[in-house]
Write a new protein. Structure first.
Length: 150
């Protein structure tokens, strides 16, 4: 299964979050694609709309899409791995995750796609990327019976 992350914002190569992300990229291997969307617009509503349009461009062919949003469904690590197992058993080839920008995600995206949550707190974008990659890797190890999760 391929995991695609669409992230608003770009991490600098020397950023500590990027260093940790690179480690998880190695562990997840070739099954990961990260797309970064850059936005320089400062006006909030214009920025969110621009980001939503860019995100939608990347979602045209995707079917299994999850937004990261505080209002989304909370999963345990085991339930997250079960979600992957069920998707794979149903023929899913790619799961796409979307991490919004500083103002969050446009309401049209939130109404259209399922959301998952890592709690009610707001996380820095770089850290959210690390947390998501770690949970993807953990879910894979759970499904593979690897001792990482123990």
């Amino acid at each position: 299964m391929i995991f695609k992350l669409i992230c608003v914002g770009k991490l600098n190569s020397k950023n500590s979050y990027q260093i940790i992300c690179n480690e998880y990229k190695k562990r997840i291997k070739d099954n990961l694609e990260i797309i970064e969307i850059k936005s320089d617009i400062t006006q909030k509503s214009s920025r969110i709309k621009f980001e939503a349009n860019k995100i939608n461009e990347y979602l045209k062919r995707d079917k299994d899409i999850f937004l990261l949003d505080t209002s989304g469904k909370n999963y345990s690590s085991f339930a997250f791995s079960e979600l992957f197992r069920k998707k794979k058993n149903n023929g899913c080839k790619t799961i796409t995750f979307v991490i919004g920008g500083i103002y969050g995600l446009h309401e049209t995206l939130i109404k259209k796609f399922s959301s998952i949550s890592f709690g009610e707190m707001t996380w820095p974008h770089g850290l959210m990327r690390v947390l998501l990659l770690e949970q993807i890797y953990r879910a894979q190890t759970i499904l593979d019976g690897h001792p990482y999760d123990k």
